[in-house]
Design a protein around this ligand. Sequence first.
Ligand code: 13P
Length: 255
Amino acid sequence: MIKRKIIVGNWKMNPRTVKEAGKLFGEVAKGVSRVKKTDIVICAPFIFLEELAEIRTSKVKLGAQDAFPGDTGAFTGEVSADMLYELGVRYVILGHSERRAFGESNNDVNKKIKSALAYGLWPILCVGESDRDHNHGYFSLVKMQLEKCLAGISKNSVGKIIIAYEPVWAISTTPDRRDATADDSREMTIFIRKILSDKFGKNAGSMRILYGGSVNEKDASEFLENGGVDGLLAGKSSLNAKKFLEIINTAEHIF
Ligand code: 13P
């Protein structure tokens, strides 16, 4: 099955001002007018989403970095998938390692995925190990993350779920980080596809898998060609319009 490629930018808690956010988003939107084969998503902090939704472009979709698992109500400090959808947001990153570090569990992520799907958002589920041990325990960890986060999800909705493999040890802000290789990515994505197909049968074939962890404009083609993935999830590089556009253009012209 031919799947559309997808390049996602995770701005994390950046930039500082709404003005900078608008400028960055506008530069990306302007630079992708000829892109046809690649889906582009920018996941911005909640407070910028309304402003970014005003910069109309059908090519760059808006994403959030979390969503509360449930309906609007008495949940101080939270933002629901329903509210995000109403604003024009269509994707949401869930289970990012930086949120898991605050104590978010696989069970929490599972509820958030169900709620996001119910309100029409496409969940981007992040999985990945903090370290690689010699006993290959990281395979069991990723398996457990997938099984728990995707528990009780119906086969019919899996086409809307995107999996992002993000080894924490390769993320740009991890102390003593190391580069992951396309081989590391391919080995894990083969494993992930096997788990998904055991769980969801042929429906799993429509699920897209991304690699994330210090992706940049220089190694994007290597990951896309040899990493076994359908796209990339970029953090730091997505904060620079020129670099992010280079990654998008690489994806557009690769196959
Ligand atoms: P970096 O690209 O900055 O390593 O971030 C990866 C990431 O965590 C994206 O979600």
